[in-house]
Design a protein around this ligand. Structure first.
Ligand code: BES
Ligand code: ZN
Ligand code: ZN
Length: 495
């Protein structure tokens, strides 16, 4: 894919399909952003006569001169945001590809509400490339579909001063998108292929490409070293668990971040077996791990001035003769014992070892990501990540990064009154409550038990947001790749 920035008007780029952005709610759509539409009244009237209203992501393709134009709705002017810009680009890119065109030309919109050329350009390229993503590596795509491929995207800035800024935005977008797509590929991959060993191999390959340090602790050593949480979950599966640490450590790092990811490559529930309906979706139970991998790759590519440590527990949760059983008591890496009353509450077990392990890096900030609870899907649906932390400042920072990237978080309380529900009669902790109340919060309280000594910790429950069942402008059905853009932005805005 060739990405370039030019100065001028979108209609002037030869051989490309120009995108015109149009507002909603005008009597006549002659408020098609005037400069981008090259002030062509006749054309604007034609768009209106076609019944085009300008609703968000509405599209209309028309021939114009020797080429084609795609008019895309921006929605109401008052609702304009950077996310609308991402959506516009994703919608336009897919429409252009579907018609078999290869060159997309996007205007670097100049509107006060969405910021400078750099941010706008980054949003445009993110939207287009994330929208064009398909997971088709396991299927025989017919040739005429395969040749439908956009090979060039040109951004057109109005002023040369903006072009330099725009180019930097494009570079940032490329780094971020590559990281998100890495995560999506791993999540969409079926669990017979994306095993814990596969995740470890991917981590090693990424470390080599981007000069990260990578340490993988294989299953036999996890047993010897006392990673009781991970071992307990993995012992029912023929696929051995892998504990994966990726370390990006630039010289003179200004701070250290630790990111922990739940990497359950398939969650059958174990002996506390899940119902059959939608069980196939549980291949996405490693979305936290995928987000951590993507974040590390992006941090390295963007040369962020922070040390970033990614800690992933990769394991498969299966029922079998060797599986852990309801009622078993395990000893986690921290030394705390856990009565496993439900083998389906396995995410917190593998994460407890990750969080304890993170302490050795003395991070300034630790964030874990996990598809942890069905209760989070019930509470927040698919628009908001569940955020739990006692650190007000970190909550504010994650909230801000969430709005900037549209990977929005919504905070739930982590009050100590929720804690006793996780106490066991015969061990230090139990892994489920006996009431089923506040499932998302009590899971976080369980994790909190393993964060003593960590300076600043937040838990992100991405169970509802990591997977989408419907196509969205820049997120096709399936893996979202959520968390990568959020964490990268958190770090970029740190100081
Ligand atoms: N991986 C699931 C959570 C999940 C559910 C993620 C739906 C995505 C969609 C997790 O391991 C799990 O099974 N949690 C249990 C906990 C319960 C036994 C306390 C749940 O949510 O039912
Ligand atoms: Zn489970
Ligand atoms: Zn799970």
């Amino acid at each position: 894919m060739r990405l370039q920035v030019k100065v001028g008007q979108v209609g002037q780029v030869r051989g490309g399909v120009a995108v015109y952005a149009a507002w909603e709610g005008e009597q006549r759509p002659d408020r098609v952003l005037p400069s981008y539409a090259a002030r062509d009244r006749a054309f604007i009237q034609l768009v209106g006569r076609c019944g085009f209203r300008g609703a968000a992501n509405e599209t209309l393709m028309l021939p114009k001169g020797r080429s084609w134009v795609v008019v895309v709705g921006l929605g109401k002017a008052d609702d304009l945001s950077l996310d609308r810009v991402r959506q516009l680009a994703g919608t336009a890119a897919k429409a252009v590809r579907a018609r078999g065109f290869k060159h997309l030309v996007l205007p670097v919109l100049r509107e006060r509400a969405i910021g400078q050329a750099g941010a706008v350009s980054q949003a445009l390229i993110e939207g287009a490339l994330l929208g064009l993503y398909r997971y088709d590596q396991l299927k025989q795509v017919p040739k005429h579909e395969k040749t439908k491929r956009i090979d060039t995207i040109t951004l057109v800035a109005e002023r040369s001063r903006e072009a330099a800024e725009s180019r930097r935005g494009v570079e940032r977008a490329e780094a971020v998108v590559e990281a998100v797509l890495l995560a999506r590929d791993l999540i969409n991959g079926p669990s017979n292929l994306v095993t814990p060993t596969h995740l470890a191999n991917q981590a090693r390959a990424m470390a080599k490409r981007h000069r990260l340090k990578c340490v993988v602790v294989p299953f036999a050593r996890l047993k010897r070293m006392g990673f009781g949480g991970i071992v307990g979950v993995a012992q029912g599966s023929p696929h051995p668990a892998q504990f994966i640490v990726l370390d990006y450590a630039p010289p003179r790092a200004r701070a250290t971040f630790a990111f922990c990811g739940k990497g359950v490559t398939f969650d059958s529930g174990g002996l506390s077996l899940k119902p059959a309906a939608k069980m196939e979706q549980m291949k996405y139970d490693m979305s936290g791990a995928a987000a951590v991998f993507g974040t590390l790759q992006a941090a390295a590519r963007l040369k962020l001035p922070y040390r970033v440590v990614g800690i992933v527990a990769a394991a498969e949760n299966m029922p079998s003769g060797t599986a852990q059983k309801p009622g078993d008591v395990i000893t986690t890496l921290s030394g705390k014992t856990v009565e496993v009353l439900n083998t389906d509450a396995e995410g917190r077990l593998v994460l407890s070892d990750c969080l304890h392990y993170a302490k050795r890096y003395q991070p300034n900030c630790t964030v874990d990501l996990a598809t942890l609870t069905g209760a989070c899907v019930v509470a927040l649906g698919s628009e908001a990540i569940g955020l739990m932390t006692k650190d007000e400042r970190l909550a504010a920072r994650l909230n801000q990064a969430g709005h900037a990237t549209h990977e929005r978080v919504w905070r739930l309380p982590l009050w100590d009154e929720y804690g006793p529900a996780m106490k066991s009669d015969i061990a230090d902790l139990r892994n489920v409550t006996n009431t089923g109340e506040a499932g998302t919060i009590t899971a976080a309280k369980f994790l909190e038990e393993f964060t003593e000594g960590l300076k600043s910790w937040a838990h992100l429950d991405i169970a509802g947001t990591a997977w989408t069942e419907k196509d969205k402008p820049y997120v096709p059905k399936g893996a979202v790749g959520i968390g990568v853009r959020l964490l990268v932005r958190l770090m970029e805005n740190w100081k």
